[in-house]
Design a protein around this ligand. Structure first.
Ligand SMILES: CCCCCCCCCCCCCC(=O)SCCNC(=O)CCNC(=O)[C@H](O)C(C)(C)COP(=O)(O)OP(=O)(O)OC[C@H]1O[C@@H](n2cnc3c(N)ncnc32)[C@H](O)[C@@H]1OP(=O)(O)O
Ligand SMILES: Nc1ncnc2c1ncn2[C@@H]1O[C@H](COP(=O)(O)OP(=O)(O)OP(=O)(O)O)[C@@H](O)[C@H]1O
Ligand SMILES: O=C(O)CCC(=O)C(=O)O
Ligand SMILES: [Fe+2]
Ligand SMILES: [Mg+2]
Length: 335
């Protein structure tokens, strides 16, 4: 080992001694120890908030689970607001209320109002409180730095599967939808609004897949149909080791936009609820996705934007994001 490497290792071990973590320390005594020097951690900022263990876990796996981060009271308030939206008591311009494809296309609709997803709730003050919760932003800052934009908001109400497996969300990388970079300064917070498990279709992740590149995405060839814009990675290998992330109400998963993830069928009679926000550093910049694998989704989004904003003004894929993004901390510098 070179002198410089030995010095670096000493710094790392000192650092870890302070965290008093046996498990992490043992991983540092392996031959790869030096590659874990804080300066070489590429996915998180050292704000002093995350423990070295947490930073290394995210580095290796592309996600971080924080138990009990959002209070029961807050979640109950989000749930109540969601019910107001479903009943039509609250109408927010721009917010998309989506039904499951199997329900939308069925002749025998059990419950016309069965909403599978709310998208773009940035102008609903009550739901948007989720994106500004200080305990969430404290974590987000470790990934984005201090200037933080809430770019994409969703409340997912996964319906009981109607028998066609359409309640599944195919394995995908969220970056497919995003025309902004750099990728490492984007993070998703996903909070369980109730117990989520394999039965009701919890998140399924491929640990470490965030270290790969952005893959080509398309609609999976599912016999029972696929929801609008639910693209999946092409040539998905079902044999790749995967993990079912079971969570309790209030638990929050932070994950990298290249992490391959999806969710299984909801085999229960209840609607599985989660609320999420994609954050990005306001210092990120927009990219032109023309000629890239993202061109297919940008075309679909542009079709929806044309329906929403009309043809009088031309709204680009990047514009649709600039219009929806909201500053939640620091300064709106670029996005
Ligand atoms: C500004 C642009 C925003 C873009 C969002 C960026 C995405 C970013 C994502 C970020 C990463 C997150 C990753 C993700 O989460 S990706 C999934 C995100 N999904 C979306 O963003 C979809 C947004 N939803 C919509 O635009 C509308 O709700 C649609 C267009 C789907 C329905 O429209 P509307 O509610 O007005 O219904 P309608 O009664 O007039 O029916 C019209 C036609 O549509 C059929 N139908 C109904 N429901 C579905 C369905 N679920 N799947 C397929 N088709 C469906 C229906 O049978 C009928 O077809 P036909 O009978 O004519 O054949
Ligand atoms: N061809 C495919 N392309 C992309 N994603 C897929 C494909 N097949 C399955 N998936 C995804 O893999 C994940 C797991 O699928 P599945 O429905 O088997 O759920 P599960 O949790 O394994 O359920 P079960 O407990 O019944 O096995 C889901 O996100 C699903 O949408
Ligand atoms: O809540 C889920 O089922 C997963 C949703 C998801 O990954 C997404 O909408 O990008
Ligand atoms: Fe996703
Ligand atoms: Mg399965």
């Amino acid at each position: 080992m070179s002198r410089r490497a030995a010095d670096r290792l000493k710094v790392v071990l000192n650092h870890l001694d302070r965290s008093n973590s046996a498990s992490v320390r043992s991983s540092f005594t392996s031959s790869q120890a030096v590659s874990y020097h804080p300066q070489t951690l590429r996915y998180t900022f050292d704000t002093g908030f995350l423990s070295p263990e947490q930073r290394i876990f995210y580095e290796e796996n592309g996600f971080l689970l924080i138990k009990n981060l959002v209070s029961e009271e807050d979640i109950d308030r989000f749930r109540a607001e969601f019910e107001h939206v479903c009943k039509g008591d609250v109408k927010i311009p721009g917010m998309v209320v989506m039904r499951d494809v199997a329900i939308a296309k069925s002749e025998f609709v059990r419950d016309q109002k069965a909403v599978s997803k709310l998208q773009d709730f940035q102008d609903d003050a009550e739901l948007f409180r989720y994106c500004s919760l200080p305990q969430i932003l404290k974590y987000v800052e470790c990934f984005t730095g201090p200037n933080i934009m809430a770019m994409h908001t969703m409340l997912i109400n996964k319906p009981p599967d109607a028998g066609k497996k359409t309640s599944r969300h195919p394995m995908h990388q969220d970056l497919h939808y995003f025309p902004f970079r750099p990728v490492d300064h984007i993070v998703c917070a996903w909070t369980a609004m109730e117990k989520v498990n394999r039965q009701n279709g919890c998140l399924v992740v491929l640990p470490g897949s965030h270290k790969g590149t952005l893959q080509e995405h398309d609609y999976p060839e599912w016999e029972g149909g696929v929801n609008k814009m639910y693209h999946g990675v092409r040539n998905y290998d079902p044999n790749h080791p995967r993990m079912h992330v079971e969570m309790e109400k209030g638990d929050t998963l932070f994950f990298h936009p290249l992490l391959i993830h999806g969710s299984g069928m909801n085999q229960t009679q209840g609607f599985r609820k989660a609320i999420s926000c994609h954050y990005a550093s306001a210092d990120c910049y927009y990219i032109d996705v023309t000629g890239t694998s993202q061109e297919n989704i940008s075309k679909e989004v542009n079709e929806i934007a044309t329906r929403r904003y009309g043809t009088d003004i031309s709204v680009s894929f990047a514009d649709t994001w600039a219009l929806r993004g909201r500053l939640v901390h620091g300064e709106r510098t670029s996005l």
